[in-house]
Design a protein around this ligand. Sequence first.
Ligand code: FAD
Length: 549
Amino acid sequence: MIPFSANKREELIDTMLETSFDLIVIGGGITGAGIALDASTRGLRTLLLEKNDFAWGTSSRSTKLIHGGLRYLKQFEFGLVHEVGVERAIVHKNAPHVVIPEKMLLPIIEDGSLGKTLSSIGLWVYDRLANVDVDERRKMIDKEDVETLEPLLRKDILLGGGLYYEYRTDDARLTIENIKSAHENGAICLNHMEVTQFTYRDNGYINGLHVKDTLNNQNYVIRSRRIVNATGPWVDTLRSKDPEGIVGKKLRLTKGVHLVIDRKKLPLTQSIYFDVKNDSRMVFAIPRGNITYIGTTDTVYDKLIDTPTTNREDIDYILEATNYMFPSAKLNASDVQSTWAGLRPLIHQDGKSPSELSRKDEIFYAKSGLISIAGGKLTGYRKMAERVMNFVCKTIRDTSFSPCKTKDICLTGGDFESADAVENYIQKCSGECKQVHMEEHYIRQLVYRYGSNTDRIIHRIFENYQEATNKEHCYLEAELWYCMEHEMTLTLCDFAIRRTGRLYFDRPQLEKNYEFMANCMAEHIGWDEKRKLIELEAFKTEFKAVMNF
Ligand code: FAD
């Protein structure tokens, strides 16, 4: 197997050119990644093409929860709640390092969207529909207990609360673990490869596509038996490249924004899902390491799909909601450390507001044979991929392919028996890393990113530590090396944003280290001075854009 290394990309491209594919998946978000894994494990010769980096679209800009969708109960979407509830247990089992149980507090307030009784019934139904384990089922608590649990909450309107289980994740990491697993199962997955047009047989049936390597502008034509358009918010853009492509409903994009605040400014002890005053929406506030992130908004979006950004209105909406619920925080725009804005690829429904639109997925099959998948959620990606692949296999009518296996496929780095085993591994690594003076919180971050593959990073640190003059650089170099050698990290932004989330969760530190990172990458991948400057410019643009409000 060719390693999934930045230095082996040319070899992967050569293999792509020599292969006749059963399936090309366009889009390297969670949907495409899930489909590529499902397809490759069924035995299809699979190619995945992503125009930017893996998870560059919505799949690095969500609320980062693998959740049963409590909100959908209000819309009576019982089937959806059941499916995503079951799915989150499967995803947790297969990737326990990146899908981690998280207790969520639902404060019940005067004039809130749900009263005490309705919240209690709602959470009870939610637990049953989502098949939640008995010891993880909801617990209703009184006002005093809520105040003890989270002293920052506004007290004058508080009536009580509910505690229930969700799972937190890192969406981009979940995507890359799927991509790496697909690669291990024989799929060729290439980032920075943009699909520009389709090719057809004489009878009008789609049989391939043109793709451009955006790093060097090389163009290729690739053939395949089937093509799946899994481009999330870009589904209609791709469908419109096919004369028969737009069938059925179109997409409606809505924008969602998150703000990152220094944990010292909003020192929550616990994740909270709270009502927005005078609005039917609810907002999450999630503490994570040194920061707390808050979101999200849900507004109709009809601007450029490639560049959704956070604007002043988004900031004011979220800060107002947060200051109302946590009055002592007194947050203002200068407390925002970073932001991200993503687009929900929802399916249009007449007369519905953004929040009312269903999150269900739908497959569109064009006369040309182009298969498009739209809608859905991060949480339900595995089941969605199974549905798409059942459909693809039906159209190919090839009995040599196996049925779906992904329910039992552990993702790369996820070979742990349980969440406890992940914690034991963190403790084991922390013990070992005392010799290189690495603190436990750093190890924890690494394990939540790379799971059992953290071993490789630690090994590299041990190799270089004696010679290193700067211990932080030594840790960083090892992580960068792993991401270039094993995760196809090709640009500075790939590393700083999708592989590690540093732009969102550790922007101040990133500012100190990005030049060192660029030098490391230049040396390892062989960038010349010109390419390094291009990388630095691209990085600075992204670095500024998250604070451009
Ligand atoms: P994307 O991740 O956008 O991937 C599509 C990819 O296609 C992109 O990377 C793009 O670059 C690529 N592409 C486009 N055109 C081309 C081309 N021509 N050639 C090659 N590649 C191309 N779901 C949850 O379960 N939990 C949550 O907490 C949650 N929170 C959310 C919060 C927000 C604010 C938003 C917006 C969504 C949230 N979701 C959540 C939903 C979830 O994030 C999305 O449903 C999911 O990420 C969509 O993934 P995707 O792969 O379909 O699209």
